[in-house]
Design a protein around this ligand. Sequence first.
Ligand SMILES: Nc1ncnc2c1ncn2[C@@H]1O[C@H](COP(=O)(O)OP(=O)(O)O)[C@@H](O)[C@H]1O
Ligand SMILES: N[C@@H](CC(=O)OP(=O)(O)O)C(=O)O
Length: 450
Amino acid sequence: MSHALIVSKFGGTSMGDLTSMQRSALISAERKSTVVVVSATSGTTDKLIEIAKSASQGRMDDCEKLVFSVKERHLGLAGQAGGQEQTVAMLQSYFTELDLLVQNISLLKELTPRAYDHILSLGERMSSLIFRDVLQAALPNKKVTLLDARTVIKTDSNFGKATPQIDVIEREAMARMNLSGDQVYVTQGFIGGDSEGNTTILGRGGSDYSAALFAEGISANVLEIWTDVAGVATTDPRLCPTARIIPELSYSEAGEMAQYGAKILHPATIAPAVRKNIPVFVGSSFEKDLPGTWIRTSVDHRPAVRAITKRNAQALLTITTPSMYNAYGFMSGLFEVFGRHRVSVDCVTTSEISVAVTVDNATLENEKFIRDLETVGNINIEAGYSLISLIGNELTLKPSLAKTIFSTIDAVNIRMMSLGASSYNFNFLVKEEDSKSVIQKLHKTLIEEV
Ligand SMILES: Nc1ncnc2c1ncn2[C@@H]1O[C@H](COP(=O)(O)OP(=O)(O)O)[C@@H](O)[C@H]1O
Ligand SMILES: N[C@@H](CC(=O)OP(=O)(O)O)C(=O)O
């Protein structure tokens, strides 16, 4: 194959209106992307979630208003994009699907995980349908094909956050796609299909992950993530205006950043790229000529502190057992409960009789999980925290790091901290209301003034 295989992903803001779609189409055309993975138009996934919830709670007025606004926006976009008969007919069939789902959910007053995933899939299915026309207009001499991601991104049936089946995806991608360069595919991020034909989703923000899975499936030469910021920055530019774009990042650094809250990348995005050694580019579809960020195996510049990230809405669970002293099996019993409920743990500390772990606040809504934990020990729950992470290189070898952190934010109570398991990160828990100023102060001391 003589041409480079490029998979390009455009997020919700890059699909936000016709101008953004045209800008994204121009980028795909210039880069000669073979696969273009798109997210739902900005805000649509949130609206679909609200539609599903309001239908299940019998709030039909709210539900109807939201359904109307979703339909109007997409019909308007399809019209602006040329109003192709086939596109409008297909869009109408998606609206019928939405209406039927709403009717069923409201009739039963029950929102099953299966129905939830199906309703959420409509966002990406609508945007990709319209974007195909926009891209075809930008590429009059090519065949632009709409590919249903559910036929390639095969997953298990864990609705809400399905696990992709890597081997099957690779097989389906190679079987279903013509990679000779004659065809360009537009497909949906975020969604997949299980072996029974059900629609699944990969979890919020999952389109980056989808794009990485497509890139892995076709052994792409480059994976591009186009978003609304000019690359991966030293911290979230919305929190800290002095954040700078990082020109180059290693897979390990980028993976840690994504895992610990840098929303610009879904946490699972890096693993498929690593497996096939695919360089990842992150750039802004609004300022396409800026240099952006390249993520690859190794990089020349490896500063001690590269970036600072934050995960909000964290809860601290402390599980205590008086019998832990000299007892074996407490830890395995405890983590077996986490594993069984598929709850991931970000930060752990232990003492002789207790273990403290951080989890997303949303985990507390899983009553069965909490009940099962209570069989292992007594639980204390504290909510309202943010997990701050310093991401860098050889952090375990920096004797002055802890002193600098503590003296920079000396008025703030650090509730828990973790250093040592990875040389790439140092994380600690602070109250959510302190988190923004903590990030700004640490960014100044550990990044701007270094
Ligand atoms: N370290 C970071 N660098 C850049 N952006 C970040 C970082 N951390 C968080 N973000 C946020 O990520 C956002 C982009 O992610 P997202 O909203 O999911 O975009 P998209 O809809 O294009 O997928 C940016 O607007 C920015 O506020
Ligand atoms: N639309 C989905 C998937 C996604 O990744 O969107 P975005 O690329 O806009 O973050 C969501 O909002 O979760």
